[in-house]
Structures are given as C-alpha cells and as structure tokens.
Design a protein. Structure first.
Length: 496
C-alpha cells in the first residue's frame, strides 16, 4: 500500500480549510460575495465597499470562530440574523446574493463534496447525492456540511458585509441608521448572547480529569509482550452491537470490556488520536480540530515515552495524523476505493511488523468512518464495513500468532469516536458519537469482565505506558486501566 505522498499531505491540509466548519465560514462568505459582484471587480469603488464590509464583519467572524454552536445550540444562531433584519429593516436586500449563498452551499456540500469528491477519492457512486442531501440537512457535527449551523452564520455575515460596506463607502446611502454606534451595540449583544448560551446551556462537554495520572507499579509479568491498538475509526457502539462480528465479540467476551468509554470534545479524528496517545485533552496537547494550524502536539506522546526506555512504537494511519504525531506516523494514502482501504492497511501493518518489529503498533482502519462520512452511519453499508474489519483483524491475529508476535501480546480494540447521522458525522458529541466500543484481550487481561464505570480515552496512553514499562507521558491525566489486568499473585493462585 502506498504511503501518503507529499502532495496528498498538503492537499489534506488545504481540504481541511473547507472541511472544518470554523475556517469554512469566512472563506465561503468572502467567496460568495466576490462571485456575486464578479462584474464589478474592475471598479475600484467596489473593493473599497468590499473592504469596509469585511472590516465591519470581522468581529462577527471572530465570534463565530471562538464559539462553537454544537447540537441544539445551533438553533439559537437564527436569532441574531432575525434581529439584524429587524434593526436594519430599511436596508435593501439583494435577494440574489443570499440565493447564491444558499445555492453554492448546497452545491458544494451535496454534489461537489458528497458526490464528486467522494467518487474520485473512495469510489462512491455518481448518484450519491440522492442520499447525501439528507445527511446535510440532518447533520449535527462540526464540519462545513452542517447546514443548520453554516447557513444562519453565512447569511448574517453576507448581510453585514453587503449593508455595512454600502453604507460606509457612501455616506449618502439610504441605510441611514447603520452607524458604528448601533452596530457596535449589536455586536456587543451577540457576544453577550453567545457567552450566556455557552455558560448556561453547553453542559455536555466531558469533564476533565483534574490532576496528572497517578503512577502505578507494574507487576512482574511472565513475558514482556507487544501491544497492538486496533482503532476502527468512527465505529458507533450500537452499530457494532448490530454487526455480525464474531471474532471481535469473542475477544470481547474473553477479555475486559469498558462499557462506558467516552471520547473527547471535539470528537474529530486528529483530536481524538492526539488525546489517546498523549493521555491529555486538546487544551494541553494543542490539537483542537482536524485543521492543525501549528503542526505537532505540544506535549509528550506515548511514542516519546517508549524511546526513553529503548522501545519503539508506530502509528499506521492517514495523512491527517502526521500533523499531530509527525514522524511517529506511518502514513497511508486515503485516495483509494473504500472497499480496498482496510485490506491495504492490514497488509501495510504486516509489512511494518516484518521490517520494523515495533513494541507498540497502532493501526487505524478507515473504511467504516469513510462510509459514515459519505453514505451515513445508519445504513447497511456502514455496518458492512464493521463486519469486514472483523474479518481482517481475525486474519491479522492469525498471522501474528504464526510469527510468534502474539505470544504474551495485549490487544486493545476501540474506536476514536462514534458517528452521528449526517455528513462528517462526528465532532459535537451527540448520542452516536460520545461512547465508543473499547475492550482488551491478552494473557494478562482478565477474562469475561465488564467495567461499567465511566472512563475516558485519555487513559489509553498511561495504560500503554503501564503495559510496556515506559514512563508516563509528561501531561498524562487519564488513570491506568488497572481493572483490566491480572495480578501476578492471582496467576500464581490460579484464580484467573
């Protein structure tokens, strides 16, 4: 399987400017206004008006970038738009401008993204738009495809750019009441409004562990085996239960399952992986979305900890993860038919074991997540990808056993996040995203145990440190998942 090329890595970063909702909002607003006035580009007065309009809208751009409006909070985005239309009801409404904005948004999300892009990248049908429009309208996540969040933002911003620019470029314009004073009060009201909403209604963000991970003495084990973390990206917990996945469910029954394993906020892939393998939260490791403005995590990772004791870990995943974990990532190209993606990833994992023989191997399976993004998580195709991952992991485990790499090894199977119903499908933590499948299997793992206490994916890194005899990463906060492991005394007594 090919590595991600340099071009693909750069292209992925550029795509995230349009994929992630926060950078998309200003980019799309500016593009729509410029295209609507394409015939005026040669007129210097147009650029004066455009510049003044953007200057007026700049505080709004900043507010919308600073504040998320997740899940039901997006409904409150319509009130500022209605308030602006009432306050400046005498302003001329260029309906063609707003129609162009809505039309381009629907074209970009439903056809360009949902059909053309996914057909070229992963081979979805040219008819995918027939389903994709439903995902755009029902979307609950933090991507640009969230129509219920993006449309009220963009329409208000277009109104401000258009109205303020016209007024302030021509003081004789008819909009006599769009002055700096009135507009400043309007902006202040929106800022207070957003602050009050988030302080009082945004109450589903997971609580952080208050302190650092408490060191846990590692008991003597019979063998220092390898550790494999198999991440089925975007696998919903309920859909896993529905899937015909006999191998993984056998491992789960014969190992230890954490039934209330919670992901982090925002539940975006690069954010979740960064938290899993540093043991801490986005505010500390610095990765707050798939759009990574400054490359590299700010804290130590489990890979750094392993190097301190002369061990090696590798993370096999898509190009996005390089932005966070850098050279510890073995990249795979994400430009391939989705039916081949996980098979190719598994073959690459075998090659890494043969050539590098790491002590820790993390493998990201991407087909389930990509199917959820492109076709929806509540359709049969999504469940089918979970079932295909089950077959591939069974094959990989058999291959490892034949090589002797499974002797004394511990396997962790999990998802980085679930998926909601809609394009992108994850980020804002609705019921399909928040809790993920998570279980461990191996000779030192307790058999047939279910732990129902709420845990967090930030426990992955400290647990890996415990298993591999490495120091805790510098900013690790999650507790070691000691409930899962057999003690040396219990082994001697034969009680497990």
């Amino acid at each position: 399987m090919k590595k991600a090329s340099g071009f693909e890595i750069v292209a992925a970063r550029c795509w995230n400017l349009l994929n992630e909702g926060k950078p998309f909002t200003p980019i799309f607003t500016v593009a729509v206004f410029a295209l609507y006035h394409l015939g005026s580009w040669g007129d210097a007065s147009f650029w004066t008006r455009f510049g003044l309009g953007l200057l007026a809208a700049l505080p709004l751009f900043a507010l919308y970038f600073a504040y998320d409006f997740p899940l039901f909070l997006r409904n409150y985005l319509w009130l500022p738009l209605v308030a602006a239309l009432v306050l400046w009801r005498d302003a001329p409404l260029h309906l063609g401008l707003y129609a162009l904005g809505i039309g381009l948004f629907l074209f970009f999300t439903i056809y360009f993204w949902g059909t053309f892009y996914y057909h070229l990248r992963i081979g979805t049908s040219w008819w995918n738009f027939k389903r994709f429009w439903k995902l755009v309208l029902k979307n609950s996540d933090s991507t640009s495809g969230n129509a219920q969040e993006q449309l009220p933002k963009v329409l208000l911003l277009l109104f401000v750019v258009d109205t303020a620019g016209a007024k302030w470029a021509d003081k004789a314009a008819a909009v006599t009441d769009f002055g700096w004073g009135a507009y400043a009060c309007f902006l202040a009201a929106i800022a207070v409004y957003a602050w009050v909403l988030h302080r009082n209604l945004f109450d589903w963000k997971p609580k952080e562990m208050p302190g650092r991970t408490a060191p846990v003495e590692r008991p003597r084990r019979q063998a220092d085996g390898k550790v494999f973390v198999l991440v089925i990206d975007g696998m919903r917990k309920d859909r896993f239960e529905e899937a015909n996945a006999p191998f993984l469910k056998k491992w789960r029954a014969e190992g230890t399952e954490y039934t209330q394993m919670e992901t982090v906020y925002p539940a975006r892939t690069v954010v979740c992986f960064s938290s899993m393998f540093t043991g801490t939260y986005p505010r500390e490791h610095g990765i707050t979305s798939n759009m990574v403005w400054k490359l590299g995590i700010k804290v130590e990772s489990i890979f750094d900890s392993l190097r301190k004791v002369g061990k090696r870990g590798r993370l096999l995943g898509i190009a996005h993860l390089i932005d966070s974990m850098g050279d510890d990532v073995e990249s795979v190209t994400a430009v391939m038919h989705n039916d081949k993606a996980d098979r190719n990833i598994m073959e690459r994992a075998k090659l890494i074991m043969e050539e590098q023989n790491p002590d820790l191997l993390v493998v990201q399976f991407i087909a389930t997540d990509q199917t959820g993004h492109s076709m929806g998580a509540l359709y049969p195709e999504y469940r089918q990808k979970i079932e295909e991952a089950d077959v591939l992991i069974a094959e990989f485990a058999e291959w490892l056993e034949a090589r002797g790499d499974a002797d004394g090894a511990t396997f962790i199977v999990c998802a980085d996040h679930g998926q909601a119903d809609g394009i992108g499908g994850h980020g804002h933590l609705d019921e399909g995203e928040r809790y993920v499948p998570f279980f461990l299997y191996g000779p030192d793992v307790k058999r047939g145990v279910k732990v129902d206490v709420k845990q967090s994916l930030v426990s992955v890194a400290p647990t890996l440190s415990y298993l591999l005899g490495a120091p805790l990463p510098s900013h690790s906060r999650g507790p070691v998942l000691t409930d899962a492991f057999v003690t040396a005394d219990a082994k001697k007594r034969g009680t497990v």
